[in-house]
Design a binder for this molecule. Sequence first.
Ligand code: PDD
Length: 285
Amino acid sequence: MTRTVYVNGEYMPETEATVSIFDRGFLFADGVYEVTSVIGGKLLDFDGHAVRLQRSLDELEMKNPISKEDLLEVHRELVRTNEIEEGLVYLQITRGAADRDFAYPGDDVEPTIVLFTQAKPGLANSPKAKEGMKVISIEDQRWGRRDIKTVQLLYPSMGKMAAKAAGADDAWMVEDGHVTEGTSNNAYIVKGNTIVTRQLSNDILHGITRAAVLRFAKEAQMNVEERAFTLQEAQAADEAFITSASTFVMPVVEIDGQAVGTGAPGSVAARLREIYLDESLKTAI
Ligand code: PDD
């Protein structure tokens, strides 16, 4: 099926959608993005994604070409038109097309905005949630502003390929002996009754799923510690898991070939996945 996509104010078939070769997203990775999940034809955590989008734009002094209300309408229209029951809406805004120059162009250059959908049937009932994921560790070689959700994703792509080559599902990145995050997700361990995940700073992306999961964990009287942890601590933990808009809560059962806990998905991750999906669906729009 040819999808309908949204480019600079217009809906069109994906086959007709184009962006300039001078677009700064293409030339400088001068752009930001968001991924919002869809379950039952509804958007999860739309508000959180819209707030983070604005923050990313502000940090880069980039104009926002669309109001929050209109952005929601575009998301909904694409979900409707493309009949997405389970899947994702991808949104990207770049600084626009201008002659190649490292300095930002003037105010007359309009940002580029693109949205498209990806159907992912079975997203909520992914078999991986029952099997668990294997991760490898790699050095974190990304830039220092990982809190801004930019489209410079080459190092995470390289990490994914290294994981694939090692027969694993993903890579956890390590800096100064401590885990920062996964290539496209936040990382957690569980020891006893305590969930540990790295504190917010410029070192990691401030995950929207992370915020929701930590809120639900606290409401369910679980202990949460926001601090950095080492790879060795993770390997010796009772459980490990990740969160993101595209995986929700997903157990990690192996780190660098070493089983975590029993080597099977743990009960804390399973419970948090269930709570996250139940609670987020209640507020999905
Ligand atoms: N990735 N950390 C990184 C580096 C990420 O790229 C992501 C999201 C997350 C989790 O954030 P959230 O819970 O808001 O999805 C953490 C998206 C899903 C992606 O790039 O496809």
